[in-house]
Design a binder for this molecule. Structure first.
Ligand code: NAP
Length: 281
């Protein structure tokens, strides 16, 4: 029976440490969150981030923009935020409406304020083994969980299912930088089960139930990044938790696994950008 990795309590511990840190500072970091349109899931995420920021003592401003906003107007707003010295971190809530080019928008955010670590400079630094201004929050959260539970990464075979720019790809680089042997799988991967069964550390970031007991090596570490609602409206993850927990050595639940870590890391990134920003001025 696996040890259940308690992401919620690790995240609460980080929150507490950040609160302490900020209570000693006179100036407070200021996070700007841009939300376009009224996507229900985005609204939930934005509200969670705002609430967590308030709890820690980070100032946050949510900028709600119309679904039909023109791309060039959005770019202008981000450029204003880049110039605004009272803003230390900028987050554009994804996904964006179809008429807006996501890459162009991410490119507009100043690397110094890129709290998600998605800009070309920050991802390029990550790829080159240079410390970026901010690490992408979900991969950072996954690594923190592995370290918190003293799970060895070096020399282990880490298999990631999912190759998105926000989770799979940066996580692969971060694990590689920690000396894991990394395999990335995706929707065109043949014989997924053969590959997942070789994983010492199996991480799934897909968004549907895809990892079952017969795909998991006994005593491996299973990290579930996926979050979605099942047919009964219940929040669940990619992994068949009830059965996989019987053979894994460690496993994250959904909810209360990776999710709270993502938000905690976002808060940590905001504070780090704020501090770096202060050093520059
Ligand atoms: P995404 O951009 O939709 O990427 C999903 C990935 O899964 C793609 O690379 C896709 O392959 C792959 N995939 C789809 N079907 C597959 C299959 N049958 N076999 C193998 N791979 C398959 O999603 P994302 O943004 O990375 O998010 C993934 C999940 O994580 C979602 O449930 C999301 O809600 C969740 N999430 C959670 C957190 C958190 O804090 N816990 C943060 C971010 C995301 P292709 O590239 O070939 O299409």
């Amino acid at each position: 029976m696996a040890i259940i990795i308690d992401g919620k309590s690790v995240a609460d511990k980080i929150t507490e440490q950040l609160k302490q840190k900020l209570s000693q500072l006179q100036d407070k970091p200021h996070l700007a969150v841009i939300q376009i349109g009224n996507n229900a899931a985005s609204t939930i995420y934005v509200n969670l981030k705002k609430k967590k920021a308030e709890e820690i003592g980070i100032k946050s401003t949510v900028i709600n923009l119309d679904e039909n906003i023109e791309e060039k107007e959005l770019i202008r707003i981000i450029q204003e935020l880049n110039k605004d010295n009272s803003i230390h971190a900028i987050l554009v809530q994804l996904p964006l409406p179809k008429h807006i080019n996501e890459n162009k928008i991410i490119k507009t955010i100043s690397a110094q304020k890129d709290v998600d670590g998605f800009t070309a400079q920050n991802t390029g630094d990550l790829l080159n083994g240079i410390k970026p201004k901010a690490y992408p929050c979900t991969p950072k959260g996954v690594l923190k969980l592995l370290k918190e539970y003293n799970i060895e990464i070096q020399g282990k075979h880490a298999v990631i299912v999912g190759r998105s720019n926000i989770v799979g790809k940066p996580l692969a680089i971060m694990l590689l930088n920690e000396h894991a042997t990394v395999t990335i799988c995706h929707s065109k991967t043949k014989n997924l089960q053969e590959i997942t069964k070789q994983a010492d550390i199996l991480i799934s970031a897909v968004g549907k139930k895809i990892i079952f007991k017969d795909m998991v090596k006994p005593d491996s570490v299973v990290i579930d990044v996926g979050i979605f609602k099942d047919e009964n409206g219940k929040t669940t993850g990619d992994v068949d938790f009830e059965n996989v927990k019987d053979i894994a050595s460690y496993i994250t639940p959904v909810p209360k696994g990776v999710g709270p870590m993502t938000i905690a890391c976002l808060m940590e990134n905001t504070i780090e950008l704020f501090k770096n920003n202060k050093k520059r001025v």
